[in-house]
Design a protein around this ligand. Structure first.
Ligand SMILES: *Cc1c(COP(=O)(O)O)cnc(C)c1O
Length: 228
């Protein structure tokens, strides 16, 4: 049976291969291990295999894991799921990154509630790239205003964009969405100094995402196995 360490290793090899195919340096794509619904023992196994960056979707579950694993040095926690405004405080108090910011209200509260004792919170704006009713994320028409707003928030550092493209797209549609995302990223990357992250690509579409400039892939199933 494959261990978590084996699967992490394969995922990393897959990233390096995809980066190589895209003529990009392997270190230009970071791996976020998405541990939602998985026990802390799995996270420890991945940590011991060298993984430091972990993503969680659900606030309550994520906060519990952050607290339970606070003894692990240099571990980096990313919130990647939707956040209700009554949950911003615990998120601001426990996470290093929030990738799922999609409106002013959430951004303002995260900034106000980020403890003074912690460094500023890294955030990405989640973009609803395929304009799906079912998806969180800011509409493209409102992206510019949200970028400006977050840049004005004292306790936030705007790091980039996050997106979850449509599931099972045609090849053309997938390419069009990823291309548009990359163009948006490049636009802000040239003018904002900390804007260095394009978080796109999961277990099933990692190769295409890296081909289109992803700097961070979020991998769950391929590392931790299927979720119940
Ligand atoms: C669950 C999840 C992932 C990981 O998906 P896999 O298909 O298991 O790799 C990535 N990003 C987000 C936002 C998720 O919710």
């Amino acid at each position: 049976m494959q261990t978590i360490a084996d699967r992490l290793n394969s995922a990393q090899k897959g990233i390096d291969q995809a980066a190589n195919n895209a003529h990009r340096p392997p270190k230009s794509v970071k791996l976020l291990a998405v541990s939602k619904t998985k026990p802390v023992s799995d996270i420890i196994e991945a940590y011991e295999a060298g993984q430091r960056r972990f993503g969680e979707n659900y606030v309550q579950e994520g906060v519990e894991k952050v607290q339970e694993l606070s003894h692990l040095e240099n571990i980096e926690w990313h919130m990647i799921g939707p956040i209700q405004s009554n949950k911003t405080k615990v998120v601001a108090e426990h996470f290093d990154w929030v990738q799922s910011v999609d409106r002013e209200k959430i951004a303002r509260r995260l900034s106000e509630q980020r403890p003074e004792s912690m460094p500023p919170l890294n955030v990405c704006i989640q973009v609803n790239i395929d304009d799906e009713d079912s998806k969180s994320g800011v509409a493209l028409s409102e992206l510019d205003a949200l970028v400006t707003f977050i840049e004005s928030q004292e306790r936030l550092i705007l790091r980039g964009l996050m997106a979850i493209p449509k599931a099972n797209p045609s090849k053309e549609q997938q390419r069009a969405s990823l291309t548009q995302l990359k163009e948006l990223f490049d636009h802000y990357h040239t003018s904002l100094s900390n804007f260095d992250t394009l978080s796109v690509g999961m277990s099933s579409d990692m190769g295409e995402a890296i081909q289109h400039g992803s700097t961070m892939v979020r991998i769950g199933t391929a590392i931790f196995g299927k979720r119940n």
